[in-house]
Design a protein. Structure first.
Length: 191
């Protein structure tokens, strides 16, 4: 059973790459089979339907991102550096764009599917709470409620990440990183 669970996680990661490349609507079991070597019947056993597989991919990707930033935070001690670590991770300013493509695909599904909507809103809640905790711990925000500042920070992150993910030729990853640092400092009043 443990081997099967490990294989399922491996398949989810590979399926996430397929979804990031092809989009959720363009991803079929056969695409994931081609990427993983796992048969369609095994995918059906793991997930049931194609839609259930896509939802599992979204959930897996969201959890992986949260786990990755948590692991990065374990190595950072300064309050500003910790806040910047979360923000840079979320913008994709460090890392790849596949996770953002999955995030955008999950937003699209959330518009039509109440279960996915609840999951996406739950993810936003976790990120807001993490940012608010870092803002409060660092004494940032100059009297504003940390959760309100966290919402503004996440809006800044979303706004800066999307042009990078879309490949805007006039907006580089470096420009996003610089604007993120500046905007974050203004929001939490560190400069």
């Amino acid at each position: 059973m443990r081997r099967s669970a490990a294989k399922r996680v491996e398949v989810l990661a590979a399926a996430g790459e397929v979804v990031a490349a092809r989009g959720a609507d363009g991803t079929r079991f056969t695409d994931v089979t081609a990427a993983t070597g796992v048969g369609v019947s095994t995918l059906q056993y793991y997930f049931g339907t194609r839609e259930d597989m896509l939802i599992a991919v979204f959930r897996h990707a969201a959890q992986q991102e949260f786990d990755a930033v948590t692991a990065r935070l374990a190595r950072v001690t300064g309050p500003w550096e910790r806040l910047l670590t979360v923000a840079e991770h979320l913008t994709g300013a460090v890392g790849d764009e596949a996770s953002w493509r999955l995030w955008v695909e999950s937003w699209r599904w959330a518009l039509r599917d109440p279960g996915v909507r609840a999951d996406v809103l739950g993810d936003y809640r976790r990120w807001h709470e993490l940012l608010a905790a870092e803002i409060a711990a660092g004494g940032f925000g100059a009297g504003a409620a940390p959760i309100d500042t966290a919402r503004q920070v996440l809006a800044l992150i979303d706004g800066l990440a999307l042009p990078v993910v879309l490949g805007d030729p006039a907006f580089s990853r470096a420009a996003a990183r610089d604007l993120l640092s500046d905007g974050l400092a203004r929001l939490v009043r560190t400069s």
